[in-house]
Design a binder for this molecule. Structure first.
Ligand SMILES: [Zn+2]
Length: 474
């Protein structure tokens, strides 16, 4: 074999010479056919190159490539969709300050991954040209539309003033310094109009610590904080009215305070019931202690005009401007057998005061004694509105009616200088002069007079002074 004997360098030289002199070689030569095939392959690969790549556009957010899209139009369309979807819950289109640019490229088909709307959305930061509400210089929230500020304040005023034919509102103002101001805010700090109105209606929740005092009860703590017992219990999850309060320990008082206080003045017309009166006449033909209804009573009706001042819907002061009777009440007439009516209570030793029975079964919500700086002259027994209570002992009713802080109340003279009182009733079932027996139902529990929640305020009075009822009850 001749070629094998030839040095390698010389063989390559010979080969090159042959290629460069290709035109001198017959087309029929196998070498020419080989060269032709090589050329065809080269051109073919160029075609393959064009078919295996695609033109695309890089989306660049703040200088960083976030992905590929087919073209600029497609990218712009995606961006607009994202901005309107982000702002949709607020009823607007969101905006962005991000620098969004594009750069065209050719890329291998196999390497092309289209940028999804979701991915692009995550790479952008958003803002809203909104309106901020401040109350006493404190920012409360940002609303999405400039015109929403004034509208919100008007709607909030109306929520509390409720003007109508029967309620002529003459003035509405805010007790606080309320301002609206155009701002640019990040999207996540903007709330919808509906959410904003709801927030104003609900107010802000403030949590405070309260240190339990000697002789505190849940009811008493509620009263000190101008709250209801159930609200105090709700502030301390896991507690109930039977939970023991240890002086010195702390509990939470969660109070709701309004963001804004709406002060309104106006004239309100109410239709009210005129309760019928009970007139008792003595009929000497009847046996002593017996009674009969001579004439049934019926309630009347009146229209009362009040000039009022309200704060967030609650009346803070009012005066009667006018009163018109629509229907007169008809008195109930009762005829009774002869009976001696004692108005002043008797004086005596107070010795039977140890034999009184509980007028109502219920938990004690406040004891006799000092409540802060006030002196509580009785025992508060928890009861439901309308629950019957009984006379603690036999005696004569010496008072049955309304008196100041006691509301509807009954006093019974038991003799020997002992008097019991039953206050805050919803209804009184006995009248002055009547003799009652121990355990006899005399009234229904209520919350009239100065009272927070329905309960019976029970007092024992000996020779004109209140004493601790717990020493008398058996
Ligand atoms: Zn009381």
């Amino acid at each position: 074999m001749k070629k094998v004997d030839m040095p390698l360098k010389q063989y390559i030289k010979t080969l090159k010479a042959k290629i460069f002199t290709i035109k001198n070689i017959s087309w029929k030569s196998p070498k020419v056919i080989g060269g032709y095939i090589a050329l065809m392959l080269l051109m073919g690969s160029g075609m393959v190159y064009l078919n295996s790549t695609t033109s695309a556009v890089y989306v660049i957010v703040n200088g960083e490539k976030v992905g590929l899209v087919p073209n600029k139009d497609k990218a712009g369309e995606m961006l607009n969709q994202i901005l309107s979807e982000k702002g949709a819950p607020l009823g607007i289109a969101a905006k962005t300050h991000d620098g969004i640019t594009y750069s065209s490229v050719r890329i291998e088909n196999a390497d092309y991954r289209a940028l999804s709307k979701e991915t692009l959305a995550e790479d952008i930061s958003y803002y809203v040209d909104g309106v901020m509400l401040t109350v006493n210089q404190e920012p409360i929230f940002v609303l999405p539309k400039a015109e929403d500020g004034e509208k919100l304040l008007e709607d909030f005023k109306e929520y509390y003033t409720q003007p109508s034919d029967k309620n002529q509102v003459t003035s509405v103002s805010f007790e606080d310094e309320v301002k609206t101001q155009l701002v640019e805010a990040p999207l996540d700090q903007v709330i919808s109009y509906e959410q904003a109105l709801e927030k104003l209606k609900q107010g802000k929740l403030l949590k405070e610590d309260y240190t339990i005092q000697e002789n505190d009860s849940w009811w008493l703590i509620a009263r000190k904080n101008d709250m209801k017992t159930k609200e105090v219990l709700a502030s301390n999850p896991g507690t109930n009215e039977d939970a023991i309060l240890k002086p010195g320990e702390k509990i939470t008082i969660a109070k709701v305070k309004p963001y804004i206080t709406v002060v309104s003045e106006g004239v309100r017309t109410d239709t009210e019931t005129i309760p019928f009166e009970v007139v008792t006449k003595t009929d000497t033909s009847l046996p002593s202690g017996q009674a009969k209804v001579k004439q049934a009573g019926s309630d009347g009706q009146k229209e009362v005009q009040y000039a009022y001042v309200q704060k967030n819907g609650k009346v803070v002061s009012q005066t009667v401007k006018d009163e018109k009777v629509l229907k007169e009440a008809v008195s109930q007439v009762i005829e009774k057998g002869p009976q001696r009516v004692t108005v002043a209570y008797s004086r005596g030793s107070g010795r039977i005061a140890s034999g009184l029975s509980w007028p109502l079964r219920g938990s004690i919500t406040s004891y006799y004694g000092y409540r802060g700086s006030d002196f509580h002259t009785g025992l508060d027994i928890d009861g439901d509105q309308g629950e019957p209570y009984a006379a603690a002992g036999a005696g004569k009713v010496i008072g049955a009616g309304w008196s100041g802080n006691y509301g509807k109340n009954i006093t019974i003279d038991h003799g020997d200088g002992i008097v019991t009182r039953y206050a805050h009733s919803s209804k009184l079932l006995v009248s002055v002069g009547e003799n009652v027996s121990k355990g006899q139902t005399i009234g229904l529990v209520g919350s009239t007079g100065r009272s927070t929640g329905s309960h019976l305020h029970f007092e024992v009075i000996i020779n004109g002074d209140s004493v601790n009822p717990l020493n008398s009850l058996r």
